[in-house]
Design a protein around this ligand. Structure first.
Ligand code: ATP
Ligand code: MG
Ligand code: MG
Length: 553
């Protein structure tokens, strides 16, 4: 395992451990259960769990479930499954909602200390009073209520006496602060909605900023790692911890992951699902963890990708090719090779031996993985009646064409060298069958002919091939940045209409029994995985990714 590179977060942690500010690495991954995790979350997961693992610390999984309107237990379950699938396990499993009582008590303490007040401004008024980047805010007319009055009103808010949106609890900081987040931020809002865990116990819910740092503090987190958009919230994070005089974690921000040809916000992913632009959260075109898993990505490849892109302080967009390369690299090592013909044309060997009027069937040995001897080999049936790819044959071909042409020769992978002497055409003059002879001296692994040919092509036996369905997935969007849209357009206008095409392939007979989730390389074509939609009658392969380089093409 290579030494993890020391990015700026790691350096900050080491310096805090050295100075004695913290005695251990305690991190957390804090998703809001309002959607499925995506590859961006994987970056945060690898970072938080990875740092804890590398530095002998702990990492919690904490659900930031403070907004019951959008949250659901379906997401709570899927998130746990996804974190585990990625190869991580949490030390503590927590829910911000478990801290609602403590947060409430702390809110009363701030009120008693004169640091929080009940405000009757509407949401709209609160926004207007807040000012802008260039103009200071104005004090709320309710800012100078006494502690007793605030306490009474806050308790009545909790008791459900006031309608939704009619009052808030706000921190009393500074309406003229340069940082707008410090202009008396809202701590609690009234929302008479059931919570997926606390039911109807609460009708006031804490805002993210009020809940997050305090949850970190309660779990004795030392390093609260979050994305860049929270940089401007850090002074507030610090203010709450200091005002309550509680354990004070250090918030460190890093750049969110963005990837070309996809969208990453949960809101947009939800829209894709709800409006049926894709077949659910686990559609193989989705950048969700469940989508990538179904597409055939391995946990290793996602972890490799996250390690490869590193951690930075500035937002940027990563080329999706780097994600595709990660899965290629991993599957190149572990995926067994198989032969499949996607666009077949008949090839007949005219001198193939026959017995009782039938082609002799010869079992030939095929290597499972040329880069891994331990992967062994398999036997596949070879006969005089084969399928090859249409585009591996040209009747008349330019000099550089090393596949098969009339009058030319090529090696059939794991089989023999064949020479093409003729073709059969239909009434329109289209080639429908290629006629060849084989050279018995050239059997792969036993070739003593001394003959050399430039090209090697794949094939399957017509009498033995199994027919399977192939879902050819392509990028979901046809432009690099679907989020950037001209006026009146949305990211949906950039959906790639050809992101899924379905075809039939003819494959080695054993692949008819491939298990769901099995990943293979179709030689010279790409990597494929058996989709869970497969049945005993119909095996369905998803294209994971094409090959970067095709041999002998
Ligand atoms: P979204 O905008 O997609 O809803 P979010 O940040 O609201 O994302 P959370 O569930 O709150 O989603 O995210 C959990 C953790 O994952 C947070 O710490 C967040 O910073 C991190 N995270 C979310 N998206 C990304 C991303 N694209 N890159 C890196 N980290 C991310
Ligand atoms: Mg969030
Ligand atoms: Mg969000």
């Amino acid at each position: 395992k290579p030494e993890p590179s020391k990015h700026f977060i790691r350096q900050a942690i080491e310096s805090d451990l050295k100075s004695g500010r913290f005695d251990a690495v305690r991190t957390r991954f804090p998703p809001e259960p309002n959607g499925y995790l995506h590859i961006g979350h994987a970056k945060s997961i690898c970072l938080n769990f990875g740092l804890a693992a590398d530095m002998g610390g702990t990492c919690n999984l904490r659900f930031d479930d403070t907004n019951p309107i959008k949250e659901d237990t379906e997401y709570v379950d899927s998130i746990q499954e996804d974190v585990r699938w990625l190869g991580f396990d949490w030390d503590g499993l927590h829910f911000a909602s478990d801290y609602f009582d403590q947060l409430y008590d702390w809110a009363e303490k701030l009120i008693q200390d004169g640091k929080a007040y009940v405000c009757d401004l509407t949401a709209e008024e609160t926004r207007t009073y807040r000012g802008t980047l260039t103009e200071p805010g104005r004090n709320s007319p309710h800012r100078d209520r006494t502690s007793d009055e605030n306490l009474d009103l806050f308790r009545r808010m909790k008791a459900g006496e006031f309608p939704d949106g009619s009052r808030t609890l706000r921190a009393k900081i500074d309406m003229a602060a340069a940082n707008i987040n410090l202009r008396d931020p809202v701590m609690y809002r009234i929302a008479k909605v059931s919570h997926h865990r606390t039911g109807d116990k609460w009708c006031i819910y804490p805002m993210y900023d009020w809940a997050h740092g305090q949850s970190d503090s309660l779990e004795k987190i030392s390093f609260s790692i979050c994305t860049l958009e929270f940089e401007q919230h850090r002074p507030l994070y610090d203010w709450y911890c200091e005002s309550l005089d509680i354990h004070h974690p250090r918030q460190i921000e890093f750049a969110r992951l963005n990837i070309t040809y996809t969208v990453m916000s949960k809101r947009k992913l939800l829209q894709l699902v709800q409006e049926k632009h894709v077949n659910g959260w686990d559609d193989p075109r989705m950048p969700t963890i469940v989508g990538l898993r179904r597409r055939g990505y391995t946990p290793e490849s996602i972890r490799m990708f996250c390690a490869d892109i590193g951690v930075a302080k500035f937002n940027s967009t990563i080329d999706v090719v780097r994600l595709e390369n990660a899965i290629r690299e991993h599957l190149n090592e572990v995926a067994p090779r198989r032969m499949a013909v996607l666009d077949p044309i008949k090839l007949t060997i005219t001198n193939w031996p026959q017995e009782n009027g039938e082609d002799v069937v010869e079992m030939v040995e095929a290597t499972n993985n040329p880069g891994d001897e331990s992967a062994g080999s398999r036997m596949i049936p070879f006969t005089g009646k084969l399928w090859i790819e249409q585009d591996d044959f040209m009747e008349q071909a330019p000099g550089k064409f090393f596949r098969l042409k009339k009058g030319g020769a090529v090696r059939l992978r794991s089989g023999y060298i064949i020479d093409c002497h003729d073709v059969v055409k239909d009434a329109d003059g289209k080639v429908i069958e290629i006629l060849c002879t084989y050279d018995p001296q050239t059997k792969s692994g036993h070739d003593d002919s001394g003959r050399k040919v430039k090209g090697t092509i794949h094939w399957v036996s017509r009498d033995h091939a199994a027919s399977v369905t192939v879902r050819n997935y392509d990028r979901l969007f046809s432009v690099e940045n679907p989020d950037s849209t001209a006026e009146g357009k949305t990211f949906l206008d950039h959906l790639n209409p050809d992101s899924l095409t379905t075809t039939t392939a003819l494959v080695e007979p054993a692949l008819a029994k491939a298990a769901i989730g099995e990943r293979v390389q179709f030689e010279r074509l790409g990597y494929y995985v058996v989709d869970p939609d497969s049945t005993a009658e119909e095996v369905i392969f998803n294209r994971i990714v094409g090959l970067r380089d095709t041999w002998a093409k």
